[in-house]
Write a protein that binds this ligand. Sequence first.
Ligand code: HEM
Length: 404
Amino acid sequence: MAYGAERIDSEPVRSWLTDWDWLDDGWGENAIDIWNDVREQCPVATTERYGRAFMPVTMEAVRQIANDTENFSSIWVNVSRPDAPRTPAPPITSDPPDHHGHRRLILPAFNPKTVAGTEEDLRHFCRKLIAEIGDSPTADAAVQYSQHIPVHGICILTGLPEEDADLFRDWIYKNFQLAPKDNNVRIQVMTEMGAYISEILKDRLANPKDDLLTVIANAEIDGKEVDWNIKVGYVRLQIVAGIDTTWSAIGSGLWHFAQHNDQVQRLLAVPNDHELWQTANEEVLRYYAPVTMARKVVKDVEVSGCPMHAGDQTLVTFPAANHDPAEFENPGEFILDRQNNRHVAFGLGIHRCAGSNLARLEMIVAFQEWLRAFPSYSLDPSKKTTWANGQVRGPRVLPVLTGR
Ligand code: HEM
């Protein structure tokens, strides 16, 4: 199934400087140009569409917000209607001092050794998807490939059932692209996910397995049992943070390489363990960083000369910071072997991505298998790529000519 067709009506953006909207149709495909235009005029854009909400576009402003947990709370990590009901999904929605205990609980499941152990499985899975495309001259690199790989990875590491992949993707789509403007959709997704996760956790209490779901079902912090609602939130986060993020990164990379066969040929000329694959992976993350987070402003504060007030919302626009010329030489150029690439695609500060090892592995394996299978693939000029707007940005329909 392809995601992204349904749209909530809203007026087109009048000015990206004073009326930005991450659910505007223009955002998905054009976000990098939008951020660059705004940055030339001002480090922080505003909107009144979700109450007052800000969009910083420089590394300096993004760094200040991400590192300041006193003035900016993670209790709201998505810019939505201010009356939107919010559910906890820790550690991402928690602030100090609680954040540390939540993070410590889930982090071991994503340690480098455990993640590295999934490589063969992931490779095999990618090959299976490619075999299903077979000798077809056309394919959809999002629908037939990128959307499946992160679900497989997250299910291996957490114990979630992969046969429910369509359900997870449907919740993700509604949660990120419809719910910010529609509280009914938000409540529907919250209720359905809550009931589904509760069932699974209850099952793990009765039938423990060697997986993260069992750890979560029995979770304690400092010897005290964790509230059920929070346990459900841990699993909710695995689903919403671990799937469309990497799906978008893989899709964006494949969209890029489809248009830069010279770079594909450079990669194919070196073995999989060559450094060029690593630098290319990091450059995809920098250039096409899919995840924009948000914070609730909890005290009056100034960011790059822009006053923000308690109760306002602000994006933490990590992808825009990755294109700041004050931080990166030639940020608009995709440089396959870029050195010292200190991008913030995975965030920074205490909430830095807990799944970055897994995301990096899924991406590199997905690129290696696809490019070696389809060394001369290209975008299909007769069809259109469609992009997800909002918090997680990436191709959802990606028609290609396979070269076969
Ligand atoms: C390319 C893929 C990914 C990108 C770009 C990405 C990006 C991010 C970013 C920017 C944050 C910071 C949040 C903030 O500051 O509020 C974050 C946090 C997080 N990510 Fe990822 N992520 C990716 C994949 C994953 C995967 C596969 C998982 C696995 C479940 C995951 C789990 C998490 C968790 C649990 C947090 C919260 C950490 C905390 O609050 O301490 N992410 N991610």
